[in-house]
Design a protein around this ligand. Structure first.
Ligand SMILES: NC(=O)c1ccc[n+]([C@@H]2O[C@H](COP(=O)([O-])OP(=O)(O)OC[C@H]3O[C@@H](n4cnc5c(N)ncnc54)[C@H](OP(=O)(O)O)[C@@H]3O)[C@@H](O)[C@H]2O)c1
Length: 185
């Protein structure tokens, strides 16, 4: 299993504002921008935390609109959802709830993903939990031309050049795509 944390971020390292608003991202001109769908189509499964999941339910895949889940940005299948709560699941969506230490669930994830790619969707602390468990292989960030005074952090962990190796830096419209390999600790 290869785990890839792929996300968009503000220039100063936020995934969302403090209220989970993503308007800063939708304000960026789309022309020539990243095509996350291409990456997502290569993944075997996704994993996210509950704030990310609830954002999608609220903005892209209302529970009462049949089929909207599959059209949503994180409509990967299956989607592993980390939460301590019994959250609603859209009809027909393969959403599997997990809870507790990431390390405890790696065998389950590996059994599904095999030699494929697990998309770590976010948030940043969940990606950090994969890092803590020694199970984060790559960080791919589409950096938007936007800053926020505060918000949900990209990766609230301390990592230096001994752990991160820049693999590529590309322009995609108004975004800068930075890809890092995460080296073993
Ligand atoms: N810019 C982008 O492209 C991008 C990408 C991803 C996300 N986002 C946005 O960024 C924000 C991320 O929010 P966030 O930082 O709060 O992160 P999150 O990972 O989406 O949600 C955090 C919540 O997930 C649950 N959780 C996390 N780890 C768990 C574990 N090991 N076991 C059980 N439950 C666990 C906990 O909630 P409960 O247990 O209470 O459910 C926790 O409070 C969201 O607004 C999302 O929409 C943006």
């Amino acid at each position: 299993m290869r785990t890839v944390f792929y996300t968009a971020s503000t220039l100063n390292g936020f995934l969302a504002d403090p209220h989970d608003d993503l308007q800063w991202l939708f304000d960026v001109e789309e022309e020539g921008g990243p095509d996350p769908g291409t990456f997502i189509s290569t993944t075997a499964a996704g994993v996210c935390g509950s704030a990310t999941y609830e954002w999608v339910l609220a903005h892209e895949a209302p529970l009462d609109v049949a089929g909207s889940w599959n059209e949503s940005m994180i409509g990967t299948s299956p989607l592993f959802l980390f939460t301590h709560r019994d959250l609603p699941i859209p009809e027909g969506a393969d959403v599997r709830i997990l809870s507790g230490p990431v390390a405890d669930h790696l065998p389950t994830l590996e059994a599904v993903v095999g030699d494929g790619v697990l998309w770590v969707i976010g948030g940043g602390d969940l990606a950090g939990q994969f890092l803590d468990a020694g199970a984060l292989d790559e960080i791919r960030v589409d950096v938007a031309p936007a800053t926020l005074p505060a918000g949900k952090p990209l990766l609230p962990r301390a990592l230096g050049p001994d752990r991160l190796r820049l693999v590529s830096a590309q322009q995609a419209g108004q975004f800068a795509r930075l890809t890092y390999e995460v080296l073993p600790g």
